[in-house]
Design a binder for this molecule. Structure first.
Ligand code: HEM
Length: 426
């Protein structure tokens, strides 16, 4: 096989398949060979150029004119005519939001919509996050075991996300199904028989987003980022368009909750697999903020993202023709020895943990990063304080096969409820 530039494709590049379980289990390990020997390669199975080193990925993020984000929410696997017809029957029209918008439209929109993400504005959400975390822990603390994903880490970030957006709490189970369908539709490789089911769920999600938006328009007063957006539309109709609002309503629910739920599950799994680190944060909670950052580096929830080359360009000395699609593997950048000493080691005191690229970098860097950090810190504070004796059960971890949203579907933990600190110290 040859790349689009006529170069021979190595056997490992030919075998690269991010829908294989090995990628989801450990993305940086899966592309270690590339990071070390072939840092930019063409993947014939995916039809993308894959970028694996820290400096190259940062340079791609930094130049969002040469490397357009326009394909960030495009289906990575083309689906059947039949599935496309199903989506069309729901008038599905996911379009530009922020994350996939080009300049100059993007920066104008980002500026207009930034205020609810300022540290001042985010402070208002903190008591609610803590209250929710406590209430969910209350429900299982005497059980001696829990599936932290099913019993806490999925629903709490979803509830917070809906509050943040100003969306009334709709059927949470349904939104969970819809979100997973959206992930599979956008970043997965659904089998032909799965494609129809996914298309129906995504179509329904799109319609629900439209209904929520219509209802909000009747009274856009009060808190919530989407309501804020509706109010801004009156002032800046060309910046905050109808298409933006509808697309963002759907994409926003996923961006704000699935990323954070997965990141927390990944962090807890990692910390519990490193008992010394876990004990240290139990004994000294002031270590938690940097531990969160280190977990986002070591085991983040968005392992890869996409860009489109808008002109002929080189990355790491490799010629990339205009029109090429790029998969930039941030999880690999985050384990790059060239940037992080002992990159594979979990070091909760690492000085440059926050250099990780899990939130992206540059003009499009995650707007919700401080909300996500706050949630993760609070979850860790509550769990280390109330369940310091918690440990992972024997289990194998499963993931939804896709390039970009990653977290264990279940996280089983156990402890001896007789040892709960609050029993000793009510
Ligand atoms: C963009 C990751 C949580 C809202 C992004 C991007 C990534 C990302 C990789 C694209 C960055 C780029 O292209 O440079 C994450 C992770 C999260 C998280 C790992 C949790 C740990 C959130 C939350 C919200 C949010 C909680 C909302 C409340 C957004 C928005 C953008 C974005 C609006 C688009 C920004 C732009 O294009 O200007 N996020 N995110 N994210 N994220 Fe997040």
């Amino acid at each position: 096989a040859r790349s689009p530039t006529g170069c021979p494709v190595s056997h490992r590049a030919a075998a690269f398949d991010p829908f294989e379980d090995a990628y989801q289990q450990d993305p940086p390990e899966y592309v270690r060979w590339a990071r070390e020997e072939e840092p930019v390669f063409f993947s014939p199975k995916l039809g993308y150029w894959v970028v694996t080193r820290y400096d190259d990925i940062k340079a791609v993020f930094r130049d969002n004119l040469t490397f357009s984000p326009s394909i960030a929410l495009e289906k990575i696997t083309p689906t059947s005519e039949e599935a496309n017809a199903v989506l069309a029957s729901y008038n599905y029209a996911m379009n530009r939001t922020l994350v996939n918008e080009d300049e100059p439209a993007h920066m104008a929109r980002r500026r207009v919509l930034m205020e609810p993400f300022t540290p001042e504005a985010l402070k208002h959400h903190e008591p609610m996050v803590r209250e929710l975390a406590r209430a969910y822990v209350d429900r299982f603390i005497d059980d001696g075991k829990a599936d932290l994903v099913d019993q806490m880490l999925w629903e709490v970030p979803l509830t917070v996300a809906l509050h943040f957006l100003g969306v009334p709490e709709e059927d949470m189970d349904m939104l969970r199904q819809y979100s997973i369908a959206h992930t599979v539709n956008t970043w997965g490789r659904p089998r032909p028989e799965e494609q129809l089911k996914v298309a129906h769920a995504v179509g329904n999600f799109w319609q629900l987003a439209g209904k929520i938006l219509d209802k909000m328009r009747q009274d856009p007063s009060g808190p919530g980022w989407m309501k804020y957006g509706i109010r801004k539309q009156a002032e800046y109709p060309e910046v905050v368009t109808d298409s933006y609002l509808h697309s963002m309503m759907m994409a926003g629910i996923v961006a704000a909750h699935e990323t954070t739920a997965n990141a927390t599950a990944n962090a807890l799994k990692l910390l519990l697999q490193h008992p010394t680190a876990w004990r240290e944060i139990c004994e000294d909670p002031s270590l938690i903020p940097n531990a969160v950052e280190e977990c986002l580096r070591h085991n983040g929830s968005v392992p890869a993202w996409r860009r489109l080359a808008t002109k002929d360009v080189q990355i790491g000395g490799i010629d990339i023709p205009a029109g090429s699609k790029l998969l930039i593997v941030m999880a690999s950048a985050n384990h790059d020895q060239r940037h992080f000493d002992d990159a594979d080691m979990l070091d909760i005191r690492r000085a440059n943990s926050s250099d990780h690229l899990t939130f992206g970098y540059g003009a499009h860097q995650c707007m919700g990063k401080n909300l996500a950090r706050m949630e993760m810190q609070i979850f860790l504070e509550e769990l280390t304080r109330r369940l310091p004796h918690m440990r992972l059960c024997e289990q194998s971890f499963t993931y939804v096969p896709n390039t970009s949203f990653r977290g264990p579907e279940h996280l089983l933990v156990e402890w001896d409820p007789a040892q709960n600190p609050e029993r000793a110290n009510p």
